[in-house]
Design a protein around this ligand. Structure first.
Ligand code: FES
Length: 472
């Protein structure tokens, strides 16, 4: 990728925190107030953000209030499609919503201060005491709610505060097509949890950018199929892990795989769906090649074939799992910059969104997504079930992840800790993400940011790569 000539933005006091070595991430980037302000302006002011799930706004007039760093956007379903408006009254700025969601089809939006009104298309419908205002202040265009960029993809609405931002699809790139092939558009939310973590939003994101932490953070997963993780991380061999244990028979290897699937299902309260686990459990005694290395792919192929066939027979819109595994392979975690990522498995996915609340605090949300036959979709969760981050009510795997994140935030302040040091071939996504953030702060043009961002799709567990960002 050709380098650009890039001169850098106005970093002020935070200039010392700019990345100068791709394998080292300065600690202050996770708590420095000045750096946080730069991110707020240059990243959150210009990047696409997942604002809501579309099942939250199924009916005409349904709206959701999306909030980020003091800004608020109304995302609304209209007869013309999904629209978004900056959430302020055109008189003196009061927000127009009175909660996180609602329906405005009948009454529109009514400002609680002096009662001005708008319809769902953002058009002014009532101004009390019009005669008191200069006419030019009340012209139709002046009074219309200010639209915000919004696009829909993957069962979600995404907003952008930058009116000139490149489209969501161009910004994120080919990973969107791969996730679509896996049925992303047809999934529905089963549940939605939220918690506030005492950590910078990037610390929370980066906890999911590599699988290197599984051995210590999620030992139950590593214990069931140790070869899978040891081959990848513990033996310095590189390449994909082989889930086969040569000391076990083919049948014993299959049983270990099934235990792994069960742990993923119970540990995530989803991701591997219960109906898929049930199908896999019915296939434990099929006749397979005696060689475990041959038996395992045959078994997985059979499981995916049966999941596809049986769920389709129930009317669920699911992809041909074996076909998309070849045509559109996806990673264990797929990141959509800056703060949304997905954990696809067979037909289900877990979905994560992390929003900054301050330099050392973030709102961490998880949705469990699964396919459903028409008419069998669950009622959409309209707001997250909020729990303390150490609540035992969280599924095991997120609970284990949450246990590390606040500790890491604390350690970053320790005297003598100057930077995080990265494994360049496995923790590369952390470096790549952080350098893309620097490019946003530097004011790199949108099309170049998009090109760099496209490189991040599929970079889970990946290498530090050249993003075509000049010195970065
Ligand atoms: Fe909204 Fe006055 S501030 S009507």
């Amino acid at each position: 990728m050709a380098d650009i000539d890039y001169t850098g933005g106005n970093w002020g006091c935070a200039g010392r925190l700019k990345i100068t070595d791709r394998e080292k991430i300065p600690a202050g980037r996770y708590f420095d107030e000045d750096f946080f302000k730069l991110e707020a302006e240059h990243v959150w002011g210009h990047a696409w953000q997942m604002a809501c799930r579309l099942e939250q706004i199924q009916n005409i007039g349904d709206w959701v209030d999306y909030e980020i760093l003091g800004k608020s956007v109304i995302v609304i379903r209209t007869a013309e499609g999904v629209k978004a408006f900056h959430n302020h009254c055109r008189h003196r700025g009061v927000p127009l919503t009175d909660g996180p969601h609602g329906n405005c089809k009948t009454k529109g939006f009514i400002c609680p201060f002096h009662g001005w009104r708008w319809n769902m298309n953002g058009e002014s419908t009532f101004v009390y005491g019009k005669q008191m205002f200069s006419p030019e202040l009340l012209e139709k265009d002046e009074l219309a709610l200010r639209p915000c960029r919004v696009e829909t993809w993957g069962g979600c609405a995404f907003i952008n505060f930058d009116d000139d931002a490149t489209s969501y699809r161009n910004s994120i790139g080919p990973v969107l097509g791969r996730l679509e092939a896996h049925g992303m558009d047809n999934l529905r939310a089963e549940w939605w949890f939220g918690t506030v973590l005492p950590a910078n939003w990037k610390i929370a994101m980066e906890a999911f950018m590599e699988g290197y932490h599984v051995m210590k953070t999620h030992p139950q997963l590593q214990h069931t199929v140790p070869m899978l993780y040891n081959t990848r991380y513990g033996m310095d061999t590189g390449g994909s892990g082989a889930p086969v244990n040569p000391e076990l028979s083919a049948h014993e290897n299959i049983l270990a795989q099934f235990e792994h699937l069960k742990l993923l299902h119970s540990g995530m309260a989803g991701m591997v769906c219960a109906k898929e686990l049930d199908i896999a459990g019915q296939l434990l005694d099929v006749v397979l090649p005696e060689n475990p290395a041959e038996a395992l792919p045959v078994w997985y192929h059979l499981v995916q074939e049966q999941i596809t066939r049986r769920l389709r027979a129930k009317g669920e819109k699911v992809p041909d799992l074996n076909a998309v595994a070849v045509s559109d392979p996806v990673n264990a975690v797929e990141f959509l910059f800056p703060n949304y990522f997905l954990l696809p498995f067979f037909t289900g996915m877990s979905s994560y969104r992390i929003r900054p609340l301050g330099p050392e605090s973030c709102l961490f949300e998880i949705w469990s997504l699964a396919p459903f036959a028409p008419g069998e979709e669950p009622a959409p969760p309209m707001r997250p079930t909020m729990l303390p981050y150490d609540s035992q009510d969280f599924p095991l795997i997120p609970r284990q992840d949450y246990s590390n994140i606040p500790l890491q935030q604390k350690g970053l302040h320790s005297k003598g800790f100057e930077f995080a040091r990265l494994a360049k071939n496995v923790e590369g996504l952390i470096s790549n993400y952080q350098r893309l953030i620097d490019a946003y702060i530097d004011g790199v043009p949108g099309e170049i940011l998009a090109r760099a961002n496209n490189e991040l799709g599929g970079n889970f567990d990946g290498k530090i790569v050249d993003l075509g960002l000049g010195g970065l």
